[in-house]
Design a protein around this ligand. Structure first.
Ligand code: APR
Length: 253
């Protein structure tokens, strides 16, 4: 695999900046997982091309039509090939930075758990996780086995009299209309960092899309690695329009 010269030069820059940074915040989106076989949302073959799915992934639809919500949720986040996905070179390179002693905080919009699977230990899942679900009534938590075994997963907890709760579970994924998670912690991680790496995100969904501006206000260097142009490219300190896996593998080699 040979990168073209221009990208190669940019990657050399990134490698130098990574080597001279101690505290690194990494903001990732669906684009870091496409090389693991999980499609992103807004590219040409993105998940949101199916507008029915996009319209259904809301807190309101889950509460008003759970029997319609869950099959669409599974088509969006829990297809067998997504659940079986493995981390790629991009996830691996980020975990490698941590193994080299860098203070790395991953702020991910992804719900696939691949950063943790690759070995990253400080991962803020600001849009939650597709690997869990909770009962809205008794707060019992359920994992993938239960979610994949039922079309409409329900709570199986029994009360003292042996009556089964039976409520339809709510996925741990943040749906449109729900608050994001760990956001203050994400901002603190960026304030502390010498470098913010923005990988594989179109930066179109707030409030996450505003995080690079937080970094810039602190004069933290911002690097964007994305196949397509993002709304922050013009303000970033370094922009590399290439595949995340290749760029990060070379930059951390
Ligand atoms: N390498 C680098 N960039 C890539 C790659 C790759 N291999 N594959 C795709 N990309 C880029 C695309 O060009 C696109 O700009 O990743 C970006 C992914 O953008 P989106 O599909 O919008 O995904 P994301 O930014 O994560 O969406 C944010 O929107 O719908 C919500 O909750 C959902 O978390 C998601 C949020």
């Amino acid at each position: 695999m040979f990168m073209d010269t221009k990208v190669g030069t940019l990657v050399e820059n990134l490698r130098a900046w990574l080597a001279s940074s101690e505290r690194i915040a990494v903001l990732t989106g669906a684009g870091i997982s496409t090389e693991s076989g999980i499609p992103d949302f807004r590219s040409e073959h993105g998940v949101w091309q199916d507008e029915d799915l996009l319209a259904a992934m809301t807190d309101r639809h889950l509460r008003e039509a759970p029997d319609d919500f869950w099959p669409k949720y599974k088509r969006t986040f829990l297809r067998p090939e997504y659940v079986a996905a493995q981390p790629n070179d991009g996830h691996g390179a980020i975990a490698q930075l941590e193994r080299r002693g860098k203070d790395v905080t991953v702020i991910t919009q992804n719900v696939d758990g691949l950063h943790q699977l690759a070995g990253s230990t400080r991962v803020l899942e600001v849009h939650g996780s597709a690997r869990f679900a909770r009962c809205p009534r008794c707060r019992s938590e359920y994992g993938l086995d239960h979610l994949l075994a039922h079309d409409i997963p329900r709570c199986t907890r029994e009360d003292a009299k042996g009556a089964v709760c039976g409520a339809v579970l709510h996925p741990d994924t943040v749906l449109f209309g729900q608050p994001v998670r760990h956001f203050d912690e994400a901002i603190r991680a960026i304030h502390r960092s010498d470098l913010l790496l923005v990988i594989g995100t179109s930066l179109t969904v707030e409030p996450v899309a505003s995080l690079p501006e937080c970094a810039q206000r602190d004069r933290t260097r911002v690097v964007i690695v994305n196949l397509e142009i993002t709304s922050f490219d013009a303000r970033a300190d370094l922009v590399i329009h290439a595949k995340a896996g290749e760029v990060l593998r070379e930059a951390v080699r």
